[in-house]
Design a protein around this ligand. Sequence first.
Ligand SMILES: Cc1cc2nc3c(=O)[nH]c(=O)nc-3n(C[C@H](O)[C@H](O)[C@H](O)COP(=O)(O)OP(=O)(O)OC[C@H]3O[C@@H](n4cnc5c(N)ncnc54)[C@H](O)[C@@H]3O)c2cc1C
Length: 447
Amino acid sequence: MDKRTFLKLLSATASPVIPPLSAWVAKQKLTNWAGNLFYSTDRLQEAASVEQIQSFLRSQDKVRVLGTRHCFNSIADSRHNLLSLKPMHEVVALDPVARTVTVDAGVTYGQLCPYLDSKGFALHNLASLPHISIAGACSTATHGSGEKNGNLATAVSGLEIVTAAGDVVKLSRTADGEIFRGAVVGLGALGVITRITLDIQPTYAVRQYVYEDLPLSQMRDHFDDIQASAYSVSLFTDWQKQRINEAWIKSRVGGGQAFAASPEFFGAKAAVRNLHPIAELSAGNCTEQMGVPGPWYERLPHFRMGFTPSAGKELQSEYFVPRRNAVDAILAVERLRDQVTPHLLISEIRTIAADELWMSTSYRQPSVTIHFTWKPDWPAVRRLLPVIEKELSPFQPRPHWGKLFTLSPAKFRSRYERLGDFIELATKYDPKGKFRNDFLNTYVFAR
Ligand SMILES: Cc1cc2nc3c(=O)[nH]c(=O)nc-3n(C[C@H](O)[C@H](O)[C@H](O)COP(=O)(O)OP(=O)(O)OC[C@H]3O[C@@H](n4cnc5c(N)ncnc54)[C@H](O)[C@@H]3O)c2cc1C
């Protein structure tokens, strides 16, 4: 019997009573990936089937679902019960005609992508790392880069959700229109996503080039040309010396925005070896560069599966501002360089296409994101974030749903014009607030 059949049989016959992960919990406190957040409960349950989830939800008043725990703030936290869908990690269906793939909600991009590629298909984009769960990433509007690429949630065409009452609801882009657009970036507030369907396309190869020391003046004068130069562009800076330290250019081979590689790029010089975004760190955990073509899923993320992504010991913040304000917003942060750099590992600037998903950070707004990977010193970062947020306030920044910010709840909520509709939708599926936690009560549901 192969593993897939075994798991299927197991979940079909499994008892609806879920054993707690007590062995693990007894040994150590449950934290997020970065270790900056201790979840407020040790009550973590794993579910291996929809029936188990239904039974669990019917027996509990308060539940939050955990994905792969990569959020830096308390959006996933619960004081009562955490539910993990890690055992639900099967690819359910690949439809080559409709060009969709349906997966269990415990599947990560790192698990899905090689499978998809082996079948001749690809996703439109990926985040900087493949380690994250698809359900958690899409629920928080996780994004990659590329001015024509929507965030990862824009690939979602169908959802299966178990609601607070334990009912199974199926929503699709074609059948459910507005409600679907409200549900996709759902923040874990509508219910437990059990299956997720994504748009796919024929597989493609990508070449990745890195350029060093792009003068800030070139960024200021040619921001649009730089962003339009390839399928996905990321600019890394420590804000010092009036430069972008590294420009990462990801170019699709044989179509789209093919990148004409040359030794110089807007005054920056082509790197002569693979680099980490933090130049002092080894590039061993980074995806292949130097223009070597490779499969989409081994070039679109910056970091390789099987290795620790990014720096490991870090905090992260990120702000989305309208694309039209990109240069002004970047220069506003640059003015703070001497306050920012001492606490920074690296910043990254990316572009994202607008979308129609109500709670998306790019809702109806082509966006540029200014991201900060911080040294793990929360007291210092907490003092700095209000300074950055004040400087960015003319551009009405929307903080990343899963990263650290200090914006007031009232200002935060004012950035989402569909907030009222979202509250109504969430209340329909979860009338008593079973899936609400302190974070959601503060930044979403408070009126
Ligand atoms: C090193 C690193 C690099 C990163 N790079 C990027 C990047 O390039 N771009 C970017 O945008 N972000 C990035 N992030 C942030 C990350 O993508 C988000 O935090 C994302 O939410 C992580 O998914 P997760 O499954 O780990 O989420 P979790 O923290 O586990 O959960 C996130 C939210 O999703 C909900 N959720 C999870 N699963 C379900 C489910 N089945 N049903 C209902 N709700 C669910 C949770 O309740 C929670 O509210 C990075 C984070 C790290 C640590």
